[in-house]
Ligand binder design. Sequence first.
Ligand code: GH3
Ligand code: MG
Ligand code: MG
Ligand code: MG
Length: 329
Amino acid sequence: MTQQSELVPPLADNYSSMVLLIDDQVMVCEAVRRALANEPDIALHFCTDPLKAMAVADEVKPTVILQDLVMPGVDGLHLVKEYRKHSSTHSVPVIVLSSKEDPATKGEAFAAGANDYLVKLPDRIELIARIRYHTRAYLDHVQRDAAYRALRESQRQLISANLELERLTRIDGLTGLGNRRYFDEYLAAEWKRALRAQSPLSLLMIDADNFKRYNDAYGHMAGDEVLKQIARVIQGSSGRSTDLAARYGGEEFVIVLVDTLLEQSSSIGERLVQSVRNLNIPHGPDRVTVSVGVATTVPNENETPNDFVNAADLALFRAKSEGRDRVAL
Ligand code: GH3
Ligand code: MG
Ligand code: MG
Ligand code: MG
């Protein structure tokens, strides 16, 4: 007996088969048990109550299901279809084991989702060979599936890490506004767009007043907190998602306003100056304030984004020399 089964090599070390046999006849179960008794890589679990087949399969986690067709109360083909619907048995190989030998029944079994068909009682060697064959195919599939899922998951993680990294390269660490680099990119892109569309573009250059003195009086940490508060006001001042607020550097900020004329831009600047003043942050005998320079242009070929920034900077310089805490054009 044992020598015979050696004709069919057992499964490799890390593979073994859990066979679930669903058959109402105890005699059949007993015969299969005896057939598989000497195969160390094949374990058998049988169930004579077809109504419990699904639940048992869920619990046993078979690598192969041997399925009888004619049973009281339940049609074996119906069970095969059920296995295919449930996630735990979805791709478990099903070998139909039936005394019916006609081609039509065999065809129906395959159509229902069976992987193989054996007429009872099958030759022992053939039964073992088919169990091993289907187990190997199934476990290979499971491994490939797991490897594929792991790959997909690590790709997904990589993509989201990259997105996060990319986001971080655009953000100023202290204030959460766009950083200088992002501002440069954004302005260059909007400049081109406005040049093509011949639409107006505005730039607000914002600078905290007498901030060196603030740091000297209250400390650099307190200064940082003030910059965060100013940044929040700046972030809320345009209210349009197409506009960009960024930290230009140090205690200087910028707002790019697309499709916006000088008048609207300067009133946004006025409101901003007022809002910072309304923060009521003590600064010596006065409060923390900002000065704002506004530039508006419809880009032309002879102008560069740099010229535009210089124009806003010049306006800011005017706001400073006219007494700070104000907007200049
Ligand atoms: P003005 O009104 O002419 O702008 O005077 P100011 O003192 O603000 O201008 P100045 O350019 O002389 O000094 C800028 C100060 O801003 C000096 C620096 O300590 C402070 N500063 C720049 N970046 C930071 C920062 O990230 N945190 C803090 N706390 N202070 C900063
Ligand atoms: Mg039966
Ligand atoms: Mg400055
Ligand atoms: Mg300043």
